[in-house]
Every structure is written in structure tokens, then in C-alpha cells.
Design a protein around this ligand. Structure first.
Ligand code: XIL
Length: 380
């Protein structure tokens, strides 16, 4: 276990580096506060129509979206909207393994850098997504990859952004918890074949390459008391107990509510509470909301239900220590959930249902929906 060993030899420096880090953190915070205050000073009158990034900043928070580089290049209205509303962005696919290391050891950053440049131009930070995911990897990479492959990949990708002025955080691992109990062969609920030690070593490698970023463990289906959230929390605890740098818990929050599956408010709050006890900051990394059966009899009613869900969800988030909210896209025009390979089966079977897939704050024509207002109000 080479990384384990390296970590142990570093343990002696922990106290010194903790003290140094505290000093840096304080300076960082001061800088954030100053920029937040100057935004507030420049915009004394803020209402729900003010840019979400300003409403968020006034409360020391951030709002952002996933960005698709192709649309960013081709659709000016989309780019302008993101620049107006967002203070943080996550590349949709440009930083995934298939995007950065399509062939062994051959790295390419053109499309991810284009998004980083956009972020820099508009004074936004960028969230790095992701170094490790079972989907969206090139065919030559097995799942799980070997430690050697991981080491080269993490060095190549994190190394490229070590000095980036915008990239401040990484989803070190994405969706490592199995979807159901039969998808795992270990007590942490990790996908079959993935050992907890491999994930630990991945984080330790990442810390060797660039420990100045926030490190995130990102997953979905953990926004309530479920088998999955239970195992996710166990894994967080395991990582923390094994000397891993873990700053953020990424709650993707692809939410799907219906009469039979209402929002588990109590369960969600208890997950946030557990994270607080584990000293890991919850971050909402991929929020979008679908409401289904029984469908209401009008789109207006549906939009209202979606907006109410945004509001309630975000209220609990903010009460539970969340300060960064990223939606997975900003307009229903591009939502991933309308693409056939990701669309839930019942919508594929019934194309007339597809008009009910309106999970994001802006509609197809980039007009603000009630969900946008709900996000604004929640920040306020
Ligand atoms: C999705 C993208 O939006 C799609 O365009 C792509 O084809 C597949 O991935 N969870 C994640 C994201 O962590 O990376 C996924 O993004 C959505 C689900």
C-alpha cells in the first residue's frame, strides 16, 4: 500500500500544517467576505429578479450550474444567462476520464480549458467533475481501474489544474455506492469489485498531487434515509478514520418526487446532521427536480409543484449547513433527463409525458420559471 505508507510518514506534519491551513483559511474567508460585501454595496436593492449569484453572495453562498461546452460555444443566450446567474460551474462531461484521457497516458484539456476560461472571464469558480466514475470512462479503462492507471490519471488531470485560478474543488470519486444491496460485495455498499482501500488510496494520491483543493465524494440517492445514504455515510466515516482528506459530501440531488415517493424531509435532515458530526460539508452538486404521477392537469400547476419542492429542499439544505447549490443545467432546453439514454423508462414509453420533464430553473426559451423564483427566495 504505497500511498498508505506515504500518508503515515506525513502524519507527523499534521499539526503544523493544520495551523498553517487555519491561517490560510481565515485569509480566504476574509477575501470571500470582502468580495461578497462589495457585490452587496454595488447592488443595494436586491429582489428576486437580481442575479442568483448576487442573492447567494449576499448570504455568503454560491449558485451555479453544470455547463456543456458545446452549447456554451454555440448558444450565446445560454452563455449570457450563465454569466449573469452563476458564481460556480461544473463541466458536464469535459473533465470525465473519457474527456481527458481518451487513450492511455494521452491527455487532452481543450474542451475543459474552454470552460475554465469562460469561468475566469466571468469571475466564477469551477468544480472539477470527476476523476473516477464507472460511466463515461474510455473502453480501455476497466472498472475499477488499477491503482497504476488511477495514479497516472490523477497526476495528469489534477496536475494540469494545480495552478488554475478557477478550479477550486474536485469530485475525487463519483457514484461509488451500489444502487441496491445486490450490487455490492462489501460492507460499505461499494459497487461490486471496488474495495474501500482503493478509494482511500485514490484520495491519498489526489492529496499528494494537489491538496489545496476541496475534495468531494459525490453520489446520488442519498437525500433521505435509505440503504444507500446509510452506506454512503459509512464510507465517509471510513475515509475520515483512515486519514483521508475529505472536505465535501456531494449530494447530487437528482430528485424525483411523486405521491408514492414524497420528499423524506426527516431523513434528509438526519443525513445533513450526520455529515455535520463527521465534519464534512454538504454541497448540492447536481440538483434537478422531477415531479410525476399523478401529473397535475396543467403545466402551470406542475411548475408550481416543482418550485415548491425547490423551496422546501433548499430551506432544509441551508438549515443543514449547505452554502453551495449547483443545478445540473440551467434550462430545460438541455436537461440531460430529456436525452433518450438517460430518460426514465416511463417517459420513453409515453412520449406525451415528456412535456412534464421540466426540472430546471429556466424553460426551453430561457424564460425564468417559478423554480428560479423559489431558488431566489430560498437564498434570500
Ligand atoms: C451526465 C451528463 O449530463 C450527460 O450529458 C452525460 O451523457 C452523462 O452524464 N450524475 C453525474 C453526472 O454525476 O456526471 C451525470 O451527467 C448525471 C448523473
Amino acid at each position: 500500500m504505497p500511498y498508505r505508507r506515504k500518508f503515515l510518514t506525513r502524519a507527523g506534519y499534521t499539526t503544523l500544517s493544520a495551523l498553517l491551513t487555519m491561517g490560510f483559511l481565515q485569509k480566504d474567508k476574509q477575501r470571500e467576505d470582502q468580495s461578497t460585501n462589495s457585490i452587496a454595496a454595488n447592488n443595494p436593492i436586491k429582489n428576486v429578479n437580481s442575479p442568483l449569484r448576487q442573492l447567494a453572495a449576499a448570504k455568503g453562498k454560491r449558485y451555479g450550474t453544470a455547463i456543456d461546452g458545446d452549447f456554451l460555444r454555440k448558444e450565446k443566450d445560454y452563455a449570457d444567462l450563465i454569466a449573469r446567474e452563476c458564481s460556480i460551474a461544473t463541466p458536464n462531461g469535459e473533465l470525465k476520464w473519457a474527456g481527458t484521457e481518451p487513450e492511455p497516458g494521452k491527455f487532452t484539456f481543450e474542451s475543459a480549458d474552454a470552460i475554465a476560461n469562460f469561468c475566469q472571464k466571468h469571475n466564477m469558480t469551477m468544480h472539477g467533475h470527476t476523476l473516477f466514475w464507472h460511466l463515461s470512462k474510455p473502453d480501455w479503462v476497466p472498472y475499477p481501474p488499477t491503482l497504476k492507471m488511477l495514479e497516472r490519471h490523477v497526476n495528469g488531470v489534477m496536475g494540469h489544474y494545480r495552478k488554475s485560478p478557477v478550479l477550486k474543488s474536485w469530485d475525487i470519486a463519483n457514484e461509488i455506492i451500489a444502487d441496491t444491496p445486490d450490487g455490492t460485495d462489501n460492507r460499505y455498499g461499494l459497487r461490486r469489485g471496488v474495495k474501500p482501500e482503493l478509494i482511500r488510496d485514490l484520495f491519498l494520491i489526489a492529496a499528494e498531487v494537489d491538496r489545496n483543493k476541496k475534495f468531494c465524494l459525490n453520489d446520488f440517492g442519498i437525500e433521505g434515509a435509505t440503504w444507500k445514504s446509510d452506506h454512503y455515510l459509512k464510507m465517509v466515516e471510513y475515509l475520515k478514520n483512515n486519514g483521508v482528506k475529505l472536505d465535501w459530501a456531494g449530494l447530487q440531488s437528482h430528485l424525483w418526487f411523486s405521491k408514492n415517493y414524497p420528499f423524506d424531509e426527516k431523513g434528509f435532515s438526519s443525513v445533513l446532521k450526520r455529515l455535520k458530526d463527521l465534519e464534512v460539508k454538504p454541497v448540492i452538486t447536481e440538483l434537478d427536480i422531477i415531479i410525476d404521477t399523478p401529473f397535475p392537469d396543467s403545466i402551470e400547476k406542475l411548475d408550481k409543484m416543482i418550485a415548491d419542492s425547490y423551496k422546501r429542499f433548499l430551506e432544509l439544505c441551508f438549515a443543514g449547513g449547505v452554502d453551495t447549490v449547483i443545478t445540473w443545467g440551467i434550462t430545460d432546453r438541455h436537461t440531460w433527463i430529456r436525452y433518450p439514454q438517460w430518460m426514465p423508462q416511463k417517459y420513453k414509453d409515453n412520449p406525451e409525458f415528456q412535456k412534464f420533464l421540466r426540472p430546471l430553473p429556466f424553460d426551453e426559451n430561457l424564460k425564468p420559471k417559478l423554480a428560479r423564483k423559489a431558488i431566489a427566495q430560498a437564498f434570500q
